[in-house]
Design a protein around this ligand. Structure first.
Ligand SMILES: Cc1ncc(COP(=O)(O)O)c(C=O)c1O
Length: 407
């Protein structure tokens, strides 16, 4: 496959990545999605829009975020060198603001008054509330009650930023139900509202738009690593929930001789309901308006999912991931809750960086892989910072006492 031409060819005009993607929508939403697609295709070729987004990224978000060499963590493991792309330093603490600022600009261009979204870990909600404050838009965020209890600091941040946070109490009370509720709101209010989906999921054009906005991560990281080292890393990796931070990191490396690995949450283990490793254990199916790989129960409905990381417990994954695995370009591995917590404390203690539990899955994989390789280099997308997870981790695991004795 010719990855040099990849962005021109994928998605195709129907929003498909091979057989994945598309737009499976109630009839009344079809024109609304077409309008969003048309508006996006107009502004993404406008120098005014591109310049405004560049200015926002530099002056408001603080981009570019740096690439950082984890010297002490690497030395503790062996001879392979681990590097981080520091999306935790992006304003509001995660990669999510990259697409929210783009979607805010789009909403303004389309004359919409209101933006809505779902959130799991609260990072997408905080990012969208930030964008709403910046652009002067109304904002409503749907969040499962379980996640509200786990991610209290982010709920407070959303409210301080002026967003209306709506608790979702049905089903498992986590991310999938929050998406269901946001879709219902959108269906009732699509004339004045844009549903800014929090990842590279949902109907076309969202997987494409969110990918395009997130590609700033991989474009910067590739250039920064090359400039630092004079060559490219051997392995590039990122955690995969819906798949936005990972797709943004991966696509700019597709044409390079670099191994690319997405890391899914294995939670408490392989049993259905104990994990959210959609690519690893799922099969093809349609959910939330798009066709991809999803975890299903016996009836073929979205299966119950779980992960310690609220931002990763979604029973499907962006269609581009399904396609990139099918064409054998990206591999998918897993990390358990325990491995993620181990990585959370090790990165904190060895490097002074407290990672989000989502990002800790990618760090855990990088640590495992670095031990096996014992040479070369691994670049990890550190998608977010862990302040939001502190209360939960301390309550369940203490202060990481067992990591105190390191050399
Ligand atoms: C810090 C962080 N990383 C990763 C994710 C997972 O989302 P995605 O797979 O779309 O990057 C989330 C979702 O909330 C998050 O908050």
């Amino acid at each position: 496959m010719d990855f040099a031409k990849y962005l021109k060819e994928y998605p195709d005009k129907d929003g498909k990545f091979g057989s994945y993607g598309g737009a499976y929508l109630p009839e009344e939403l079809v024109p609304a999605m077409k309008d969003i697609e048309q508006a996006y295709l107009t502004i993404c070729h406008s120098s005014q829009f591109i310049n405004e987004l560049r200015r926002i990224r530099k002056e408001f978000q603080g981009r570019p975020t740096p690439v950082y060499h984890c010297e002490r963590l690497s030395r503790m493991i062996g001879n392979c060198q681990i590097y981080l792309k520091r999306e935790d330093l992006n304003h509001s603490g995660a990669h999510k603001l990259n697409h929210c600022m783009g979607e805010g600009l789009l909403a303004k261009f389309m004359g919409k008054k209101r933006i809505i979204a779902e959130t799991g870990a609260g990072q997408h909600g905080v990012a969208l509330a930030t964008a709403a404050a910046f652009f002067g838009l109304e904002c409503t965020i749907y969040m499962g009650e379980v996640d509200i209890a786990k991610q209290a600091p982010n709920v407070a941040r959303m409210r301080v930023l002026g967003a209306n946070v709506v608790p979702v109490s049905r089903g498992l009370k986590t991310l999938k139900e929050a998406v269901d509720a946001a879709f219902e709101d959108y269906l009732a209010n699509y004339k004045e509202t844009i549903y800014c989906i929090g990842s590279v999921v949902g109907p076309h054009p969202f997987p494409m738009m969110v990918r395009d906005f997130q590609m700033v991560v991989g474009v910067e990281a590739r250039e920064q690593f090359q400039e630092m080292m004079g060559f490219l890393p051997d392995v590039v990796t990122a955690c995969v929930g819906g798949g936005s931070n990972s797709i943004g990191m991966f696509v700019p490396f597709l044409n390079d001789p670099v191994e690319i690995v997405g890391v899914e949450p294995l939670g408490r283990g392989k049993k259905m309901g104990d994990h959210a490793a959609s690519m690893t254990y799922g099969s093809e199916g349609v959910m939330h308006g798009f066709n991809s790989i999803m975890l299903k129960d016996e009836k073929g409905e979205p299966a119950p999912v779980y992960s310690i990381a609220s931002g990763l417990d979604y029973p499907s994954v962006g269609p581009e991931h399904a396609f990139l695995r099918e064409v054998d370009r990206v591999k998918y591995e897993v990390a358990t809750d325990e491995e993620a917590v181990d990585a959370f404390f090790k990165l904190s203690r060895y490097e002074g960086i407290i990672p989000a539990l989502e990002s800790s899955h990618a760090v855990a994989y990088a640590m495992r892989r670095a031990k096996e390789m014992n040479t070369g280099s691994i670049l990890v997308n550190l998608s977010g910072r862990g302040d939001k997870d502190l209360d939960y981790v301390i309550e369940k695991y203490g202060y990481g006492e067992k990591y105190k004795d390191f050399k």
